[in-house]
Ligand binder design. Structure first.
Ligand code: P6P
Length: 348
């Protein structure tokens, strides 16, 4: 039980003190993001009362119906970051192109990518939604940031995190010194340390996947999911199914309790549905910092070199041994198909 009271600001400063060369810019950038999270949380908490639920009446770059809160969250994050002088460029799920820093603002050394409100289709049914962010150090030498500053592999992230707007509002982040969770105390408007150095169980209780896609998966994925629930001899001890349809909520439950989340590629989404830069990569950084792991089914997410801002990827993430089981099963089925000259395409 946490007894001492540590705000996220104090925690970030204490972590920064370990690096004499730290300038404080990253710490201040994390404060900026925490501020945006408080503003978004307040809007979500009263959304049902001020007619802010529902569709914006427009579609985002992904072709998805924008919720009013999607737009609010996106604008809030941009407005909290663009004038600080800590950012050189931003990328958002809601914006087709990279977002330059306004000409009147100073330019900083960080590139920030974010999914401002992931799972927002759950808002109208009061289910958990989240914000996901990823921070890179710029690679361009001067001036306004460029696409190169955001198109970096996940292993180059300097920080990543998410905010879960659930029964309580939690912010979980890492700067490569472990994954740490803070719970918002709305009575004082502070994120307080509640989960220091999160370690996810090596074997999880849950598996999380949208099984309605089963017929569209290749045979390796089908075998892996059947193995996770104990349907096949080569399986693992059967796990319980939990799937909310909100990446942040499904990931957070599995991070704390142990489990594996899968969004595989399928015949409808051949590259997977989730986005690499502002969903898979930041969550993979956190998972690995919590002694878990994250792959695209076979390969480490953090090693993938992106070439497009909204690039998608299959994702298998969570408890290390469960993620490994999925990869081993996919390899086993693929190799036996090669030997028999069979196919691994969807069985149906
Ligand atoms: P499906 C939400 O739209 C999202 O991007 C993730 O938060 C979530 O994990 C996934 O899509 C759910 O997708 O196809 O199962 O509804």
């Amino acid at each position: 039980m946490q007894t001492s009271v540590t705000t996220i600001e104090r925690f970030i400063l204490d972590q920064e003190d370990r690096y004499p060369e730290a300038t404080g810019e990253l710490s201040n950038l994390l404060y900026d993001i925490a501020l945006a999270a408080k503003i978004i949380a307040a809007a979500i908490r009263r959304a049902g009362l001020v007619n802010i639920l529902g569709k914006q009446g427009a579609q985002n770059v992904q072709g998805e119906d924008q919720q009013k809160l999607d737009v609010l969250a996106n604008e809030t994050i941009k407005n909290c970051l663009k004038h600080t002088g800590r950012v050189c460029v931003m990328g958002s799920e809601e914006d087709e192109d990279i977002i330059p820093v306004p000409p009147e603002s100073a330019v900083g050394k960080y590139a920030v990518l974010f999914d401002p409100l992931d799972g927002s289709s759950n808002l109208d049914v009061n289910s958990a939604v989240g914000t996901i962010f990823s921070i890179h150090r710029r690679v361009s030498m001067e001036g306004r940031g460029t696409a190169a500053d955001v198109l970096q592999p996940g292993c180059q992230q300097v920080s990543a995190g998410y905010v879960m707007y659930g029964s309580s509002t939690m912010l979980v982040y890492t700067t490569g010194q472990g994954a740490h969770g803070f719970t918002l105390d709305p009575t004082i408007g502070e994120f307080l340390l509640s989960h220091e150095r999160i370690i996810t169980p090596r074997v999880g209780k849950y598996y999380s996947v949208n099984e309605s896609n089963f017929g569209r998966w290749d045979r390796g994925v089908q075998a892996a999911v059947r193995g996770l629930k104990g349907d096949i001899a080569e399986g693992v001890p059967p796990k319980n199914s939990r799937y909310i349809g909100s990446l942040v909520a499904d990931f957070h439950r599995n991070l704390i309790a142990g489990g594996v989340f899968l969004y595989p590629s399928d015949s409808k989404n051949p590259d997977g549905k989730l986005r690499l830069l502002y969903e898979a990569s930041p969550m993979a950084f956190i998972a690995e910092q919590a002694e878990g792991s994250a792959t695209d089914g076979m390969n480490r997410i953090l090693d993938i070199v992106p070439d497009r801002l909204h690039q998608r990827t299959p994702l298998v993430i969570g408890s290390r041994e469960d993620v490994g089981f999925v990869a081993d099963t996919i390899r086993r089925v693929s190799s036996s198909a090669r030997v028999s000259g069979g196919v691994t395409s969807p069985a149906l």
